[in-house]
Design a protein around this ligand. Structure first.
Ligand SMILES: [Zn+2]
Length: 247
């Protein structure tokens, strides 16, 4: 049976039979891959703890009858710190849950893997106080890569020159001018200061955000907006995001 190498991030483990596990992986090229790790739940499994969620691994794979099969795994980055602390683990779970929903089998998007692994590394090493800003930044960057970039610079409805107001329209995908905001009863309230910070998060590196996050009030406003924006664009509910919001 010919084998091949695959570098991937482990997103999720699903039990299969007595001792096996189906891994949901984000491959380095951004595809989602599902693969069986046989005997992973046996005591003393040869995979050890190398195939836990948030681990980045070099795998040796082969094609089974119905699913891909993992035959060897080597750790690239274990991100163990993300599994040992409730706040970090809840933040990392949002990353894994969103990737599980937006990455597609056979669809290549290499920037997604780089964003995911960088985000997890920064979430592991930053001060706990930076985690909410990192969650928001990940959501807005990942959705932008997925084709849903919020319009934050000009009115998403009329695209006119009028200054933006405090309304944000999910259906138009961005901030509105005052005139359009008054016509849209479904618009959310999103003040200008928060809009500027969301734009800042979209344009900054994860390392910079981890080192110097926006003020708490702006992060709270941006989080609420991005939670609605995510729910509007993704058909499946992000349970990890609901959990994170309730912490
Ligand atoms: Zn307008």
């Amino acid at each position: 049976m010919p084998s091949y190498p695959l570098t991937a991030l482990v997103l999720r483990k699903t039990k299969l039979g007595e001792t096996d596990v189906i891994l949901t992986l984000l491959a380095q090229d951004g595809r989602q891959v599902r693969a069986v790790a046989k005997g992973l739940r046996k005591p003393g499994s040869r995979f050890g703890g190398r195939l836990e969620p948030y681990c980045v691994v070099d795998l040796l794979m082969h094609t089974g009858r119905s699913l891909e099969i993992v035959s060897e795994a080597r750790t690239v980055a274990s991100h163990a710190g993300l599994r040992e602390d409730l706040d970090r683990s809840a933040a990392a779970a949002v990353v894994a849950d969103l990737l599980d929903k937006i990455a597609v089998e056979g669809q290549v998007e290499p920037r997604l893997f780089a964003l995911a692994t960088t985000t997890l590394s920064v979430m592991e090493s930053s001060a706990a106080g930076s985690l909410p800003a990192l969650v928001v930044a990940f959501l807005v960057k990942a959705l932008a890569m997925h084709g849903y970039r919020p319009e934050l610079d000009s009115c998403a409805s009329c695209a006119g020159d009028a200054a933006l107001g405090v309304a944000f329209s999910l259906s138009h995908g961005g901030a509105l001018c005052d005139a359009c905001g008054e016509l849209d009863p479904a618009a959310l309230r999103f003040p200008g200061e928060a809009r500027a910070w969301l734009s800042h998060l979209l344009g900054s590196t994860m390392a910079d955000i981890g080192a110097d996050p926006p003020p708490d009030e702006a992060v709270t406003d941006c989080f609420a907006l991005m939670r609605s924006f995510t729910a509007y664009h993704l058909p499946a509910r992000l349970r990890a995001l609901d959990f994170y919001a309730g912490l």
